[in-house]
Design a binder for this molecule. Structure first.
Ligand code: FAD
Ligand code: SF4
Length: 324
């Protein structure tokens, strides 16, 4: 591991003053950052410890919830405001990683976790995300875990987070503080597509700190579910996952949210499929049609072509659970 300076931030102002320096990175639970520093995939010159900042609260917000960036994944998953209002978020968090990791991992760190593409993590293969301009080993490599939606000719890596998929379905907003003030970023705009610059993964500016996430009250949050398919149940990243949220009158769909994970380069909102469901009945045939629409733009490779059908079935299952 390359030597680095360690700075403990006593206040948000303190964190911003040091986190804005060239080559600096914030550290929260450390479950992504330390891993990647050990692999020398990330080589910060200094790390700014933000664990002492007062950003852990989970509070009511006019029927919605405000979650501090340093709330742990465990703390969020078992908090009464979340368990009673946002079941999809609970299911997503508890399907991620292991209990030990969830005790360390934070909301801010989960938002900013990095891809599990093996070529990115091996530290030597050409990888436009790790070493911009070096190429993409996955394009001619083994792609079972890679994305089928949102890919570019420069990167086809999957976004790994479960939590973020639920946040997309629940219309979350990410709040930040940075050198130029505070910002509220809708979750759908927070993560960026790889395009020509896969090394840029979010709308966050250098030195900007995620302070909290807000989940609004909505008619569909109570009927939200997260369904994840993976190689092993103990802990594994998603091969395909789906968060849904439904507002129903009887069996008629008044409003719907569908977000996908494990198959796309960012947490993926299936807007066309949502629109198609409006006013229709909660039948399996309608769910299958919506799932087909959600995958219409998929561009699979031979190793991950199975994900298209897997994702369709995951969507149908998630919608059935949401409607039941
Ligand atoms: C073995 C293993 C299995 C896993 N399985 C899953 C899984 O199944 N599903 C899943 O979703 N995830 C999984 N994860 C990933 C895990 O959820 C993330 O590592 C974790 O959420 C990161 O949170 P952290 O607080 O530890 O982040 P850190 O490692 O501290 O930070 C991660 C990144 O976020 C930045 N950062 C952190 N907080 C802030 C902030 N407030 N503002 C700005 N930047 C910030 C850091 O600078 C760093 O770049 C797994 C991880 C491991 C090691
Ligand atoms: S898919 Fe993306 S992360 Fe993986 S090797 Fe290619 S550029 Fe790197």
């Amino acid at each position: 591991m390359q030597p680095f300076a360690f700075v403990h931030a006593d206040s948000v102002d303190d964190a911003l003053a040091t986190g804005g320096r060239d080559g600096a990175r914030y550290i929260a639970g450390g479950t992504t950052l330390v891993d990647l520093m050990r692999l020398e995939v990330m080589r910060p010159r200094s790390i700014v410890d933000i664990t002492g900042l007062p950003l852990t609260a989970i509070e009511d917000m006019r029927g919605g919830v405000r979650i501090g960036a340093l709330a742990t994944n465990t703390g969020v998953a078992y908090h009464p405001l979340i368990t009673t209002r946002f079941p999809a978020l609970v299911e997503a968090l508890l399907s991620g990683a292991s209990p030990q990791l969830r005790n360390m991992a934070t909301v801010g760190g989960n938002l900013l976790q990095r891809t599990r593409c093996p070529y990115f993590r091996d530290g030597v293969s050409p990888c436009n995300k790790r070493a911009p301009g070096s190429g993409c080993a996955a394009l001619d490599g083994y792609t079972r875990s890679h994305a089928v939606l949102g890919t570019s000719g420069r990167c086809i890596a999957t976004h790994p987070s479960d939590m973020c998929v639920a946040l997309v379905a629940l219309d979350a907003t990410v709040h930040t503080r940075g050198p130029s003030g505070v910002r509220a970023i809708p979750i759908g705009d927070f993560h960026t597509l790889p395009g020509d610059h896969p090394e840029i993964e979010s709308a966050l500016l250098p030195g900007e700190l995620v302070t909290h996430v807000e989940l609004p009250a909505s008619a569909f949050a109570a009927r939200s579910r997260y369904t994840k398919v993976r190689d092993r149940a103990s802990f594994s990243f998603a091969l395909a996952s789906c968060a849904v949220a439904l507002d129903l009158r009887g069996t008629a769909i008044r409003d719907a949210r569908i977000a996908l994970g494990g198959i796309a380069t960012k947490p993926w909102r299936a807007r066309e499929a949502e629109r198609w469901l409006l006013g229709r009945a909660t039948t399996t045939d309608n769910f299958r049609r919506a799932a087909a629409i959600a995958l219409e733009g998929a561009s699979p490779r031979p190793d991950n072509a199975f994900k298209v059908e897997l994702a369709r079935r995951t969507i149908v299952r998630a919608l059935q659970r949401g409607a039941s």
